[in-house]
Write a protein that binds this ligand. Structure first.
Ligand code: SF4
Ligand code: SF4
Length: 347
């Protein structure tokens, strides 16, 4: 099912250039770009992994994590091969790095029609494009997201946000909700430790992607994995918080602060849970919804910003959304069951 890709330019005798992300890889004949899944065959930009699904699982939507979009529902999660970053603590490194390293990647070819059928057969109404990096499969995403929309399903993108504005705009136009990583607030870290490439621009690309998602009205949540020694200074986490606060008025975009655990090439000890809780308390003055992930026992309930009533109680991925009242006629969002106020939580 190798298919010719859209987001390439012809560089003549010397190869093709992929223009999907800020790395803008020039790919010689027979080779692949840095993500390992976009290639050059006979001066044509090709997609040998088109439709290759590396994981298919029914998850609670809270696992994405999305806390303010259809809480307590299940979502069909699709995984893909390859990634245009190279995080040294990647939990999915076998499939994100597999194609670049020449290792075989397990997976099953599926068409958009297969995926939509699999979703409807399971009785769920939301598809997540997640695990590893879905954006490097933009052509497949566009086909699948369009079909899903036509069949009344919602599309959720879980991504590093590394795609240029043109392709980002096309994908975000078909996206209902997104959780985008803001991995740090440093151009140098994105380009260096996170493997974003020496041409630069990856940090600015991610910020632009996040702003574009907001501008297009996509329901947005942000995740930051707090990695000791990489992004855990007060100044850097405050800079992340300030950027997220700039995306909208109080209570703003939900922010998930996630604890790192040693994985792949990064051997630093895990994030101190108390540190994460202190960060949450400090940035809570600027952001109305800050959650912690990957630590046990932390409270992650959502309260009404008007009356303080608990809207959604959470324990792990379990939810009790008894504090929510159904939307009024024509509205998209739940109301607070106690005071009737707007919650911004998508029904
Ligand atoms: S790393 Fe980016 S520019 Fe390079 S081939 Fe992959 S998507 Fe294209
Ligand atoms: S962006 Fe995600 S999938 Fe890609 S290397 Fe980093 S952690 Fe892994």
């Amino acid at each position: 099912m190798e298919r010719e890709g859209r987001f390439f330019t012809d560089e003549g005798e010397t190869g093709v250039r992929c223009v999907l992300c800020s790395r803008r890889c020039k790919i010689p004949d027979g080779g692949f770009g840095a993500c390992g899944v976009r290639g050059n065959r006979n001066r044509r930009g090709v997609l040998p992994f088109h439709g290759m699904i590396t994981a298919l699982a029914l998850d609670p939507i809270e696992k994405k994590p999305l806390f303010h979009f259809r809480p307590g529902t299940d979502i069909l999660s699709l995984g893909f091969a390859g990634c245009n970053l190279g995080c040294p603590f990647c939990q999915n490194w076998r499939i994100s790095r597999g194609p670049s390293s020449g290792a075989s990647v397990p997976g099953e070819r599926m068409t958009p029609a297969d995926i939509v059928s699999a979703t409807l057969d399971r009785g769920v109404r939301t598809i997540a494009y997640t695990y590893s990096e879905p954006l490097v499969h933009a052509e497949f995403l566009l086909d699948c997201m369009s079909l899903a929309r036509r069949r009344g399903l919602a599309n959720v993108l879980v991504s590093n946000g590394c795609a240029e504005t043109g392709v980002a705009g096309e994908i975000l136009s078909l996206t209902d909700a997104a959780n985008i990583d803001l991995k740090c607030f440093s151009p140098e870290t994105y380009a260096g430790a996170l493997g974003g490439g020496s041409l630069g621009g990856v940090f600015e690309t991610v910020l632009a992607f996040i702003r574009l998602a907001r501008a297009k009205g996509v329901h947005l949540e942000i995740t930051t994995l707090v990695v000791p020694g990489m992004n855990d200074s007060v100044a850097e986490l405050d800079a992340c918080a300030d950027f997220i606060a700039s995306l909208g008025t109080w209570p703003g975009v939900p922010w998930h602060l996630s604890a790192y655990h040693p994985c792949y090439q990064w051997k630093a000890p895990p994030t101190d849970p108390d540190f994460l809780l202190r960060v949450r308390e400090r940035v809570g003055k600027r952001l109305g919804f800050v959650y912690t992930g990957n630590i046990s026992g932390a409270k992650n309930d959502t309260s009404c910003v008007d009356c303080g009533a608990i809207l959604v109680r959470r324990l792990g991925y379990g939810t009790d959304a008894g504090g929510l009242a159904e939307p009024r006629d024509g509205e998209l969002f739940f109301r607070c069951a106690k005071c009737g106020g707007e919650t911004g939580i998508v029904a």
